[in-house]
Design a protein around this ligand. Structure first.
Ligand code: NAP
Length: 330
């Protein structure tokens, strides 16, 4: 009984002397919760400000803002083609760059006839490395390029462990995903700076948010584009140039390797046309965006997710995508 009494007294003494520490801890907890809540509210506010409010006001005049010509790389399919169509629908003349001459001619004719704009094509295979840029530089030298969309990109045939990726594919990822955007900016940026206006859109990927297993080289190449864009924006914003890091999640293009269970739902995985329409509305407004409202919700979750959880989830999804791709090949 004495032991119980003394334990009770001891407990009361400790509780009394710890009272101020408890209050301090409660204050820290309240401050942390308030900070997190304010951040989440601000994130949701910017999501609405970016993706819904611009749609209520009239469309920006891109020609006046940036110039008459736009260049789109990887323009014959998917997001690049949709970007070219959306820009042409706003009256911009378009330079289309891709590797397939026939597809380029067809798209160029369609854009010119449908939107009454001027078009030009450059046939170039970005996986050929350094040799092609002289040709592109010469083709663009007399054009006042207002908007550059660095869209071209390659992925693995399906998610793979790093050592399973062929050496050739690794070079393609370096040449097409990293070198192409860097060199294209090097070609058009001096003209933009001289005119003190222009916009550069570098298309990265949601997989750049965190290290993504089984997409190692691809996600790292997209992280390069994200950092490259953000640093460029710091360097050139004061010279009138707007640089946007565009970070799409799933878009319903031909990249079958990325197909997931979400692909059945069109508002979760928009068509390239819908995606480009939304993404272009963010040009001049957001320096770093996913370009589409549902992707921005995914991005917010990714931001708050610990890296190990992201990697664990990516491994599970990519394992199933790999098995599915391999079973279709059999
Ligand atoms: N789709 C998605 O879910 C998704 C998600 C995140 C990020 N992205 C990024 O968005 C960009 C576009 O993706 P997408 O899905 O629209 O791709 P896509 O449908 O495969 O289209 C790729 C375009 O690039 C061209 N191209 C490919 N390799 C080329 C090369 N070596 N030289 C010149 N042109 C080449 C293709 O021309 P050909 O038709 O002649 O091959 C095609 O016009 C990529 O950078 C991709 O990483 C896509």
């Amino acid at each position: 009984m004495a032991a119980v009494d003394s334990f009770y007294l001891l407990y009361r003494e400790i509780a009394r002397s710890c009272n101020c520490y408890m209050e301090a801890l409660a204050l820290v907890g309240a401050w942390y919760t308030a900070r997190k809540s304010i951040t989440i509210i601000c994130d949701f506010y910017s999501l609405i400000r970016l993706h819904f409010i611009p749609r209520l006001v009239s469309r920006a005049d891109l020609i006046k803002q940036y110039g008459r010509w736009a260049v789109v790389s990887g323009a014959t399919d998917g997001i690049g083609k949709a970007y070219a169509e959306e820009l042409a629908s706003r009256g911009l003349n378009i330079v289309l760059i891709s590797q397939n001459e026939e597809k380029l001619h067809k798209l160029s004719k369609t854009l010119a006839e449908t939107y009454k704009v001027e078009t030009e094509i450059i046939v170039a295979d970005f996986s050929n490395g350094r040799g092609i840029y002289l040709l592109i530089r010469e083709a663009l030298q007399d054009r006042d390029i207002g908007i550059l969309v660095n869209n071209v990109g390659v992925f693995y045939p399906y998610p793979q462990y790093f050592t399973q990726v062929s050496e050739e594919k690794l070079w393609d990822i370096i040449d097409v995903n990293i070198a192409a955007a860097s060199l294209m900016v090097h070609i058009v940026l001096p003209g933009m700076v001289a005119r003190r206006k222009g916009a550069i859109v570098n298309i990265s990927s949601g997989s750049c948010c965190k290290p993504t297993p089984q997409m190692t080289a691809y996600s790292a190449s997209k992280a390069y584009l994200d950092h490259f864009s953000r640093a460029l924006q710091y360097e050139y914003a004061s010279k009138g140039i707007f640089v946007q890091s565009l970070i799409p999640f799933s878009v319903a293009t031909n990249v079958k390797a990325c197909r997931s269970f979400l692909h059945g739902c069109s508002w979760l995985v928009p068509s390239p046309k819908v995606y480009a329409h939304h993404a272009i509305a963010t040009l001049g407004i957001s320096k770093r965006t996913t370009g589409y409202w549902f992707h921005s919700i995914q991005f917010l979750f990714a931001q708050y997710m610990p890296e190990w959880l992201w990697a664990w989830g990516a491994n599970i999804i990519n394992n199933s995508l790999r098995h599915e791709a391999l079973s279709h090949r059999l």
